[in-house]
Design a protein around this ligand. Structure first.
Ligand SMILES: *Cc1c(COP(=O)(O)O)cnc(C)c1O
Length: 374
């Protein structure tokens, strides 16, 4: 059998090689490596796909930082999010002098437990920052209602959820990242839509805010060499935009391939008592940035799979509130028991757009072998 990859970016490239090579060559020939029409073209196409304004930037972390800069929060303002996320979510708040206030996640959905948010709201709370972890939306309908009641901003960390739809009780649906005031995305190579390097985007439905965000991402510039605010330098390279523009054409197809692999895992792992497959919810579709199972024998399973040539990853082995850098927030072990437990039990299996059934069969077969050996 061919090598099993956690994420097969080269295999995926080969399926689009001619188009991607040509698009990259075009940029090289033009020598417009920064701020070419390619970036605007890609923004426009993604904007059509999402039905909102899209401002490209350097990476997902920048997208989050720019979003919070644009909302004009003051140092000391509180932002509610979860400790079971990638560090960038919390890091940018801290850099801006904002105070992350954690709320635990749901044990089987991995996203913020919306029933616990209201208790965390204080007079200083200015925003809620839900993370749509692993490709499934947080409970946005409840979060939006709370934000309205307490007059808060909602910033969606949609870095893992491009293409996911949030489904509302009235039957309508909207793309992840386009429901709150601002949405943030990453084009990190392994994300749902991955570049050949770093990239990111900020989304907003508010035209004025879109203008502010565009200005902040470009040094706070209004017109050439006139600065109306303090900004940052955060750009999507033309070559990355060219690659992303090609990959966006195949994006729905790629999402379907992920969902097909997930359905295979579901079907064959669902019956194993010691394994919990990722729970689905009626308020969101799932694009499977990761396919993450839970088991109390996580470390042993991971070792066993490794011995069989099967890669797997732990996202995330440590919760943010117990990390050295974030001790100053004053949290301690036991404050967010669900997140802490997840850090010890989650395991993400190989998930990408090029997984052949033969490999899936081998992976689930190996997992079954492991659990029947007890
Ligand atoms: C990837 C990711 C980010 C950061 O994106 P970069 O492009 O790596 O800066 C932020 N939040 C979450 C949840 C992510 O998965």
């Amino acid at each position: 059998m061919q090598t099993i990859y956690m994420c097969d970016l080269y295999g995926q490239y080969l399926t689009m090689k001619e188009e991607i090579d040509e698009a990259m060559q075009e940029v090289i020939k033009s020598t417009r490596f920064i701020k070419s029409g390619k970036v605007l073209d890609f923004e426009k196409k993604l904007s059509t796909y999402l039905n909102t304004n899209v401002i490209a930037c350097g990476n997902g972390t920048d997208a989050l930082q720019i979003a919070f800069m644009a909302l004009g929060l003051q140092p000391g303002d509180e932002v509610i999010t979860t400790p079971f996320t990638f560090v960038a979510t919390v890091e940018v708040l801290t850099l801006l002098g904002l105070k992350p206030v954690f709320v635990d996640v749901c044990p089987n959905k991995f996203n913020i437990d919306s029933s616990k948010i209201e208790a965390a709201i204080t007079e200083k709370t200015k925003a809620i920052l839900p993370v749509h972890l692993f490709g499934q939306c947080a409970d946005l309908e409840t979060i939006q209602a709370l934000a309205k009641k307490y007059n808060l901003f909602v910033v969606e960390d949609a870095c893992q959820a491009l293409g996911t739809e949030s489904v509302f009780k009235d039957g309508s649906a909207k793309m992840a990242g386009t429901i709150g005031h601002v949405g943030c995305n990453s084009f990190f190579p392994s994300k749902n839509l991955g570049a050949f390097g770093d990239g990111g985007a900020v989304y907003t439905g508010d035209e004025n805010l879109a203008e502010v965000i565009r200005s902040i991402a470009n040094h706070g510039m209004k017109q050439k060499y006139q600065y109306e605010r303090i900004g940052v330098n955060s750009r999507l390279d033309s070559i990355q935009a060219a690659v992303l523009e090609v990959k966006l054409k195949y994006f729905n197809q790629h999402i379907k391939a992920r969902q097909k692999a997930a359905a295979y895992y579901d079907e064959h792992l669902g019956g194993i008592e010691e394994v919990q497959i990722p729970q689905r919810v009626d308020y969101s579709t799932h694009t499977f940035h990761q396919y993450t199972i839970k088991t109390n024998k996580r470390d042993e399973l991971q070792e066993f799979l490794k011995s069989k040539g099967i890669p797997s990853m732990v996202y995330y082995p440590g919760v943010i509130h117990l990390q050295e850098a974030y001790q100053f927030l004053g949290y301690k072990k036991g404050d967010f028991p669900v997140s802490e437990q997840l850090a010890e039990t989650v395991l993400s299996l190989p998930m990408h757009t090029e997984l052949p059934e033969e490999q899936l069969e081998y992976i689930v077969g190996s997992i079954k072998t492991f659990f029947t050996s007890f």
